[in-house]
Ligand binder design. Structure first.
Ligand code: ASP
Length: 594
């Protein structure tokens, strides 16, 4: 290396260095041969600098001719201004170029399976298998840097608000969050297993009992759930717990955290206070407990209009009262859709779980398959309550309350998407509060917790506790952004006897409570402070902040949609000797889906 030269990065070649000799190293981003001159775009993590290799540099030129994309080289050369008219304003280094005097090839690259120099769409499996190449591309560089910045701002924010970061262990006993545990067999304790944390929930509560007062952690959570498009078996939360507080205190702190992250990491001001909706209201107006508030198109209840209707389908649903809903959903501009488009929409509604989807179109006449059943009064009523105008369509969903809300909520999002109302550059946050404490497990029908079993009910409901547990509301709050749940939290049960009572409601007997949670219920008996907290899903926060639609694009090494790491090929079988050491026999395996 030329000792008189200054070492710079590929992002810092600026006119202030004109005429000096510099050394820089990086990847060959592009090589262009132009009328006997070779140009290299040299790239590192800070940027791209243009290298010019003149034919007069005979040896350097010969070496440069052999260079291919992603080779790693070191250049020594002089910084010079680019000829007038050839500057590149899109690059921070675009005013200069380096006239190469020495070139050292540090490593050759095999031919990459996809171009690194652009962000063209590539099959995700290939991206994940060669993640190191994908990470070199602009998109992943930008996303991981945004992720770092968001986490840094949040860490600083919590530090400034008196929180300390405490690491909690990964090898623990089960902490239920509604998923299955990943289990780790113990070699030294034969036949026994650790559980990996679904969240640090119990440990952070025990930290409160341990007098920590204000805890936060950038925590990895592991949940063995059935794969779904945007689920990862491991994900990261910013996990928070506070003592001697009420729901409002936690919400204030967390609201401040996201607003600060958007302001300081992304330069975007979010107006406060963030809107709040009750769970009931969210379901009624948006059919969803994570409503996308970037657009209106609210669901409108029209059952009343059909109480005496001659359209029997609707009249029968309306007759069932509060257990059902007839929802009208305005679809602006959809009167011009073809019969086929409406058939496709009906199919979509069925995928969402609808039994059927009725519709009318608004114009000089009201048309559509159900139009002939509607009286004049019903037509006027529908137009009045939906605010529909000429050119719109109105969709109707009639079903049991939850099913109707759910389908209408999904259709609303679909319409929002089709009409381009879900702009990724807009950020509509809201809180949803007043969730039920318990719900029916959709698989077993048994009573289960809506958040997790440590959530406290709202005060003043004691009378219904035993008689009508499903009517109980919880001190549970969700933070929602653009239709995604960013995080959940709650005030916890700090009274040991009451916590046992909740466990009983969930069907656990004393022996099970003792075996699974004895350490925790014991801890609660030693003066547990009132406490509560929340966790924000960092992956989703960063995904939305980056305008991405998959959390895999903001995680360095995500699993694929089948919960596999395709780069390492994990999970994978282990040698018989390891199994033996762990006292594990594999009984039966199904062929795997890669
Ligand atoms: N542990 C909860 C979760 O992972 C968050 C909380 O209640 O603080 O959703």
């Amino acid at each position: 290396m030329n000792s008189a030269s200054q070492r710079i990065s590929c992002g810092t070649a600026t006119p202030s260095l004109l005429a000096s000799t510099v050394t820089l190293a990086g990847w060959v981003h592009r090589r262009r041969d132009h009328g006997g001159i070779i140009f290299l775009d040299l790239r590192d993590h800070e940027g791209i600098t243009q290298i010019l290799i003149a034919p007069t540099q005979v040896e350097v030129f010969a070496q440069a001719e052999s260079l291919r994309s992603e080779d790693v080289v070191r250049i020594v050369g002089r910084v010079q201004a680019r000829p007038a008219g050839t500057e590149n304003e899109r690059l921070s280094t675009g005013a200069v170029e380096i006239a190469a005097e020495q070139l050292t090839v540090l490593t050759r690259s095999a031919t990459p399976p996809f171009p690194v120099a652009n962000d063209d769409d590539i099959d995700e499996t290939v991206r994940l298998r060669y993640r190191y190449l994908d990470l070199r591309r602009t998109r992943m560089q930008r996303n991981l840097r945004t992720r770092h910045r968001v986490i840094k701002v949040l860490r600083d924010y919590f530090d400034q608000h008196g929180f300390i970061e405490v690491e909690t262990p990964l090898l623990i006993k089960s902490t239920p969050e509604g998923a299955r545990d990943y289990l780790v067999p113990s070699r030294i304790h034969q036949g026994e297993f650790y559980a990996l944390p679904q969240s640090p929930q119990l440990l952070k509560q025990i930290l409160m009992i341990g007098g920590i007062g204000r805890y936060m952690q950038i925590a990895r959570c592991l949940r063995d759930e059935d794969p779904r498009a945007d689920r990862q078996p491991e994900f990261t939360q910013i996990d928070v717990e506070m003592s001697f507080i009420e729901q409002e205190d936690v919400m204030q702190i967390m609201e401040g955290a996201v607003v600060t992250a958007w302001r300081d990491a992304l330069g975007i001001d979010i107006p406060t206070p963030l809107p709040r909706l009750s769970y009931e209201e969210a379901m009624r107006r948006f059919g969803n407990d994570k409503p996308d508030l970037r657009f209106g198109l609210e669901l409108v209840d029209v059952a009343e209009l059909f109480a005496d209707s001659s359209f029997t389908t609707f009249r029968d649903v309306a007759a069932q009262g509060a257990a059902t809903r007839i929802i009208a959903l305005r679809y602006p501009g959809a009167a011009s859709l073809s019969r086929r488009d409406f058939d496709a929409l009906q199919e979509r509604a069925k995928e969402f779980g609808a039994k059927g989807l009725a519709y009318i179109t608004i114009g000089p006449e009201i048309r559509g398959p159900i139009a002939k059943f509607l009286s004049e009064q019903e037509r006027t009523g529908i137009l009045a309550v939906t605010g529909a105008e000429d050119g719109d369509a109105i969709l109707f969903i009639a079903d049991r309350k939850n099913a109707a809300s759910d389908v209408a909520g999904r259709l609303r999002n679909e319409i929002g998407e089709r009409l381009g109302l879900r702009d990724p550059a807009r950020f509509a946050f809201c809180w949803v509060v007043g969730f039920p404490l318990f719900e029916h497990d959709p698989e077993t029908g048994a009573i289960t917790f809506a958040h997790h079993p440590f959530t406290a009910p709202l005060p003043g409901q004691e009378a219904h506790f035993d008689s009508d547990p499903l009517s109980l509301r919880a001190q549970h709050y969700d933070l929602v952004l653009n239709g995604f749940e960013l995080g959940s939290g709650s005030i916890r049960n700090h009274d040991a006897a009451f916590q046992r009572k909740i466990f009983h409601h969930l069907g656990l007997d004393d022996t099970e409570i003792e075996n699974r949670f004895g350490f925790f219920t014991t801890a609660l008996t030693y003066g547990a402070p009132p406490h509560g907290g929340m966790a924000l899903g960092i992956d989703r926060v960063v995904m939305l902040a980056c305008g991405e639609t998959s959390i895999r694009d903001v995680i360095a090494f995500p699993k694929n949609q089948n919960a596999r790491d395709v780069m390492m090929d994990a999970p994978s079988p282990i040698p018989a000797a390891n199994l033996k050491e762990l006292h594990i026999t594999i009984s039966e395996v199904q062929p795997d889906q890669k």
